[in-house]
Design a protein around this ligand. Structure first.
Ligand code: ZN
Length: 467
């Protein structure tokens, strides 16, 4: 879209957001929903879930006063602009007062929404319905206790994979062609979606017949390979859930921890696995003989599973990534409880990076100011990334129990049985069940760290000669 249209689009979006809020909080809707809630006994399970979902949205919208909604929107947009500028100049003190203001209003928002226990619970609910900080905190600290020594052992192994095989340069048009083959194998329906290029990769579901994926290409092929499996994982979910509940609130998935499980499962549990590359590596190498001609599959597999502590979350490997999340989660729960003054944030941040990852950011731009989330008021969002990772490992383990010889199928390029299992156990339910119930139905228990840590051990101990 043309850049000169930003102003006009902002006005249109603001108007639409206002209209949506008016409709969602209207007395007419309240009367209808209340009537349906009273007649609950006469409704089927799906209808009940539909009413509950709409009531939840209506109830939350009516709790927050319009003045706070507008003030938050204004402060967030100013803070985001201030963050971008301050980050460029590496100037945390310039950003601090804006962050202070966002945090204050976010606490007001939590108060308006209402919560039991910790104010963070009110914020979490926006991204992960019914999640609670004590439960998530317990799971994340289990992940942390496992990861800190595990990452240390990997580092002390002395093995550092040669990254040259993924660095390329890989020609962009051929990368795109390869990605197209991968998403076809995954069962993403290109007649019910599109696959294009953009500056920032995304997946957006407009309708089950119109789910759009975008990608960007670098010389390094890992960006596109794992980017496309990630976005197509989201895309399969959108095609499935919107298709199961067309024009219904249940078609739109509320839980980011579940949504992210679908992208991470394809990106990591499938896309970074040995069986997958046994099937696809010969094809990739044939497409890029000038880059991969002398590289064996094992060497390529080691390169795409390189683990080493780094400063930037979005560039982290699948192991250390979760320590980046633990750090953000610990800090933001404390910020919401009023435990850390904003001007002490860079120090707290750096100290945690040193303790958990053994590295210290040289400046705020590669430290506390690297992510857009806090300036945009997205507080409570970070833990859903790790929940997604844990759910992915748990769902994949359940799929392995349910599908005979899943590894063999992946090795033959037969990815559709996995897509179908996910469709039956996750996609077709849309937002009908809360994450706890969905995970229990699909895997036998709510989200836990167990399958994830077992997966890491099984995969990385041989890779790094740890046993
Ligand atoms: Zn994602």
């Amino acid at each position: 879209m043309p850049s000169k249209g930003i102003d006009g689009r902002s006005h249109v979006l603001a108007t639409l957001a206002g209209l949506r809020h008016d409709k969602l909080t209207a007395h007419e809707l309240r009367d209808v929903l209340q009537g349906l809630r009273e007649a609950n006994g006469a409704l089927g399970d799906i209808e009940k879930a539909q009413v509950a979902e709409l009531w939840r949205a209506h109830d939350k919208a009516t709790r927050v006063p319009g003045t706070l909604v507008r003030r938050l929107a204004e402060v967030r947009s100013r803070a985001t602009a201030a963050w971008a500028e301050a980050r460029g100049r590496n100037d945390f003190p310039a950003f601090a007062p804006h962050l202070q203001e966002v945090l204050k209003l976010t606490r007001d928002l939590a108060d308006a929404l209402g919560y039991q226990g910790h104010p963070y619970n009110a914020l979490l609910d926006e991204y992960e319905p019914d999640a609670r900080v004590d439960e998530i905190g317990a799971v994340l600290s289990e992940v942390k206790e496992f990861l800190i020594p595990f990452v240390k052992r990997i580092q002390e192994s002395g093995r550092k994979p040669d990254l040259a095989p993924v660095r390329g340069p890989f020609e962009h048009a051929r990368q795109e062609e390869f990605c197209r083959r991968v998403i076809s194998a995954m069962g993403f329906d290109l007649e019910g979606g599109r696959f294009d290029r953009s500056a920032h990769p995304f997946c957006t579901g407009i309708h089950h017949g119109d789910v759009r994926l975008t990608l960007r290409y670098k010389d390094d092929i890992a960006v596109a390979l794992f980017g496309i499996m990630h976005e197509a994982g989201h895309g399969l979910y959108e095609q499935g859930s919107l298709g199961a509940f067309p024009r219904s609130p249940l078609g739109h998935v509320q839980s980011l921890g579940i949504h992210e499980s679908q992208s991470r499962l394809w990106e990591n549990n499938v896309g970074r696995s040995l069986p997958f590359w046994r099937r696809f590596y010969p094809e990739l190498r044939a497409m890029f003989p000038e880059v991969l001609g002398a590289t064996g599959m094992e060497q390529f597999y080691a390169a795409i599973n390189d683990v080493r502590p780094s400063l930037i979350r979005i560039e982290a490997d699948e192991v250390t990534y979760n320590l980046h999340i633990v750090i953000r989660f610990e800090i933001e729960t404390e910020l919401m409880g009023g435990g850390i003054p904003v001007d002490e944030l860079p120090g707290v941040w750096n100290e945690k990076y040193e303790r958990y990852l053994g590295i210290t950011p040289p400046d705020a731009a590669s430290g506390v100011m690297q992510d857009i989330h806090w300036s945009s008021g997205l507080i409570g969002y970070f833990p859903t990334y790790t929940l997604g990772t844990l759910n992915a490992a748990q769902l994949y383990a359940a799929a392995e129990r349910a599908i005979p010889d899943l590894a063999g199928k992946v090795e033959r390029g037969e990815l559709l049985p996995l897509k179908e299992w996910l469709g039956d156990n996750v996609h077709r339910h849309g937002s009908r069940f809360k994450p706890r119930e969905l995970m229990t139905r699909a895997t036998g228990r709510p989200t836990s760290a167990e399958n994830f840590t077992a997966y890491l051990k099984e995969k990385y101990e041989p890779l790094y000669g740890l046993r």
